[in-house]
Design a protein around this ligand. Structure first.
Ligand code: ATR
Length: 300
């Protein structure tokens, strides 16, 4: 007997006759707040739907996603570590999913699987909702992995004045600059890369208006910034955005120590979920959902 490709956490669409079923898929997934967020949106719009969790084995995403859609599942959010698998699983990619190089939202239409990426739009909306100006700003994006790539195009769309990508290994940051050069030009943004050591050079590093941590360092209770680099990049007028959520990370603490304002990524999570919800249930519901109220409830 082969082991199952996934642990079905009460998400089999066949259990919910007459109700559209969605799921968030990741490994691990038990901590995910997505089911709660989508239940709130469903309540706000009086939609009858079920949103559960799926935890495929590592390497088991395709089978789990295939089984879910064959059983009648309507759509899926995808999180770590399956966003590249979800891209490969999609028959049709939206332009922003292609640019992001990863997929966090799937749905089925006319027997085709569509893949989109709502992470970057979610980040931008959360920043704007917090009153952070992106147009004309000097931005430092820390990291050059999937999370950083996913938000790059939507950030450039807002026409920042200057966007610097800093990564431990410079080659990956250079690659992202090459990938986005044309879009940066169209938006009149100076796009550059540097290393984390480069940020320690006080002669060449002025404070940034907005510093976004898109590295995975927080998962190991680390900050990608040395204290020397933090002293250069943060001023009291800076805003530090941590894409992870749930605690005040080392990165956020460094910013707070220098008088900067900080945010974790819970608002981004809610806003990317809002986009996914509207893709699935219809954009006409945009005025009926209230992501900021859902965020306030999650924080309380
Ligand atoms: P994700 O999809 O979450 O972005 P990823 O593609 O594995 O995951 O990328 C992780 C990012 O976090 C990379 O930019 C990585 O830097 P490297 O490319 O140099 O590996 C960065 N990262 C992870 N741990 C880090 C740490 N302790 N300090 C600094 N950067 C870190």
């Amino acid at each position: 007997m082969t082991s199952p490709a996934s642990t079905d956490l009460h998400t089999d669409p066949r259990l919910f006759e007459g109700i559209d079923v969605y799921a968030v898929t990741g490994n691990p997934i038990s901590h995910s707040k997505s089911p709660l967020i989508h239940a709130k949106f469903a309540q706000q719009t009086q939609q009858a739907m079920h949103y559960g969790r799926l935890q495929p084995e590592l390497g088991g995403f395709v089978r789990a996603a295939h089984d879910f859609f064959v059983a009648g599942g309507k759509g899926m959010n995808v999180t770590v570590p399956f966003k590249l698998d979800a891209k490969a699983f999609s028959d049709v990619l939206t332009p922003r999913a292609q640019l992001a190089g990863a997929v966090n939202t799937l749905w089925i239409r006319d027997e085709k699987i569509y893949g989109d990426n709502t992470d970057g739009a979610g980040l931008v909306r959360d920043l704007l909702a917090q009153g952070i100006a992106i147009a004309g700003a000097r931005i430092l994006l820390l990291g050059a992995g999937g999370a950083a790539r996913g938000v790059l195009a939507p950030l450039l769309d807002q026409s920042p004045k200057h966007l610097v990508i800093a990564n431990r290994s410079s080659a990956k940051a250079d690659e992202l600059v090459t990938l986005m050069t044309d879009q940066a030009k169209m938006n009149n943004t100076i796009l550059e890369s540097t290393t984390h050591e480069g940020l320690e050079d006080s002669k060449n590093t002025a404070p940034f208006d907005l510093v976004i941590n898109a590295t995975a360092a927080g998962l190991d209770n680390q900050s990608p910034l040395s204290n020397l680099a933090a002293a250069n990049v943060f001023a009291p007028s800076s805003f530090a955005y941590e894409m992870l959520y749930g605690k005040t990370s080392s990165f956020m603490q460094q910013a707070l120590q220098r008088g900067a304002r900080v945010s974790d990524g819970l608002g981004m999570l809610v806003e990317q979920a809002a986009d996914a919800f509207l893709l699935w249930r219809g954009s006409d519901l945009a005025t009926s959902i209230d992501p900021r109220a859902v965020l306030a409830e999650l924080r309380s």
